[in-house]
Structures are given as C-alpha cells and as structure tokens.
Write a protein of this length. Sequence first.
Length: 132
Amino acid sequence: MAAPSGNQYNRKLASWGIRKYFSGSDWASVSSVKRKRSQEGKDSDFAFYGRKITRQKLEKEIARHVPLSRSWCSSEKDVLPDYITVSTPLAESMGISRKFLLRNLPWYDYTQEIQALGKSLAATYNLFRTAL
C-alpha cells in the first residue's frame, strides 16, 4: 500500500479542525472583539484551538489582515468562531510586594539574617582594613 500523500494529510487534518493559517475574517473578528473589550477596560488573551496566541503575533496578524478602515468600524455581528476563545489574563501584579508575601516564612527570615550578618562582617573587615 502506498504512503498517504500530502494532500491526503491536509484533508484529514482539516476534517479534524486543525489548520496552520487562519483567514482574514477570523482576524477581523478577533480585532473587533479585542477593540470592544479594550473599550470596556478589559485586557484580552486569545487562543486558537486551545493554543494561546502571543500578543506580539496577535498585533502582527491583525495589522496584516485587517485594514485600518475596518478596524475602526463597529459591527455588532462580529462573533468569534468556536475554535477561538478569549479570556481575561490573570493579574500579573496586585501591588503586593515580595517581602510582604515572604515575611513569615522561617527560611526567608533565616536568609535575611545571614545576609545582614554577612554585610556587618564585611563592614567590620573594611573598617579594620582601613585602620591599618
């Protein structure tokens, strides 16, 4: 039996919903949803078939596929296809410092004491060295 051809592989992958490239209408929908969410003050992460798209790639593909005239038009019918999901990213920083989170951990207190002791010993050594 002969090995499957490239077209047979592509057809089978397409039947499973796996694609390498996405259409311009997909990126137009993403652009519209992204714009609407940013107007609401929300940040957005997009995933195609469960694979997260980086913000850099997202901006590049929107710039490539969506003309500026379309990006400023509002259309209520732009709905994301089933294979594209949008979510709000987790807060990267909630204003809580690292020291506040680590303040009651014994190993952290111990390392802080060791560092303070090392600094005081270094200062004492430098003091004696300059005195001689």
